[in-house]
Write a protein that binds this ligand. Structure first.
Ligand SMILES: Cc1ncc(COP(=O)(O)O)c(C=O)c1O
Length: 316
């Protein structure tokens, strides 16, 4: 007979530690609303520190299974954000090559983190911003299609599927299927589309809301203002119950509250998601409805700070 286990079983690769993130009840935010509880899915607990580990791993696993990625091929995409971090660490963990195209003016911190995982960096014209980086990837892939695997997270259905078969199932299990509302930010739309599809099957009656920045020019990194953006092919607004606009100032203020009042030091898109969840919780309480509101915290606040250099010398 084997002894009872007191911790997780060993795994063959850190890539197999993606998902199974904790769901934490917010104790103070929304505590004044009778019958309504707000829960936060802590996606910053993934090995790469963000929600993007899930779709990146699923897109990579699917490409490996179909032979579109493997020895002699390099994953390439145009991202300097959380998806770039996810691609680079997962490729390192699985022994695959990874190249990221970034505008030539991205911060030193963003370059350092990708290089630390051994990713090759290719720079596009800084004056053309992220659209220039997308154009550059498409040129590279068109010129040498046999050399690259281009996951294209905006159009790849494995992105929402990672949340439909992962995030949503974990949330429904944790709350025994009792989820009144889901509230999540829109970047590619992968989280909100996939999690809402999964939850509609597992939590009858759930209502699903997307949070977007209230202004076209905003400071909620990771989120897209749909009316002024190229709409990602995987995003299908008609499937949702509605959108909640959140002002940059309100997302930032909520991120600060999460640190001070809940012990959660999260990024601004997480602040915006919780601001949206609180709005839905208030509407439910005003209508006399009870239930669980679930939201997603995509990453930690420290992703947005320039890391300090390690001390080179010990002073005793
Ligand atoms: C910080 C942050 N928040 C939210 C999102 C939105 O996630 P999704 O792409 O699944 O819509 C992203 C994704 O890029 C992100 O990096």
């Amino acid at each position: 007979m084997s002894a009872p286990r007191h911790g997780p079983a060993p795994v063959e690769s850190v890539a197999r530690l993606v998902g199974a993130t904790p769901l934490v009840r917010l104790r103070r935010i929304g505590a004044d609303l009778p019958g309504v509880r707000i829960y936060a899915k802590c996606e910053f607990m993934n090995p790469g520190g963000s929600v993007k580990d899930r779709p990146a791993l699923r897109m990579i696993d699917a490409a490996l299974a179909s032979g579109r990625l493997g020895p002699g091929k390099t994953l390439v995409d145009s991202t300097s954000g959380n998806t770039g971090v996810a691609y680079s660490w997962i490729c390192a963990a699985l022994g695959l090559s990874c190249a990221l195209v970034m505008p030539g003016n991205v911060s030193a911190a963003r370059r350092r983190i990708a290089r630390a995982y051994g990713a090759e960096l290719i720079f596009s014209d800084p004056l053309e911003g992220s659209d220039g980086a997308i154009r550059k990837v498409r040129e590279l892939v068109a010129a040498e299609p046999g050399r690259w695997f281009y996951p294209d997270q905006y159009g790849n259905e494995e992105n929402p599927r990672a949340h439909e078969l992962g995030t949503a199932v974990e949330i429904a299990e944790a709350l025994d299927g009792r989820v009144a509302a889901l509230v999540a930010g829109i970047g590619t739309g992968g989280t909100v589309m996939g999690a809402s599809r999964g939850l509609r099957a597992l939590a009858p009656g759930v209502r699903c809301w997307a949070v977007e920045p209230a202004e076209p020019l905003h400071g909620l990194e990771g989120l897209k203002h749909m009316a002024s953006s190229i709409v990602p092919p995987i995003y299908r607004e008609a499937e949702l119950d509605g959108k909640l606009p959140v002002a940059t100032a309100d997302g930032w203020a909520m991120a600060e509250r999460l640190g001070r009042e809940e012990g959660l030091r999260v990024g601004h898109s997480a602040g915006a998601a919780v601001a949206g969840a609180l709005e839905i919780a208030r509407r439910m309480a005003a209508a006399g409805a009870a239930g669980n509101v679930v939201t997603v915290l995509p990453d930690r606040a420290d992703r947005y700070f320039e890391p300090r250099r390690w001390e080179r010398r010990m002073a005793w």
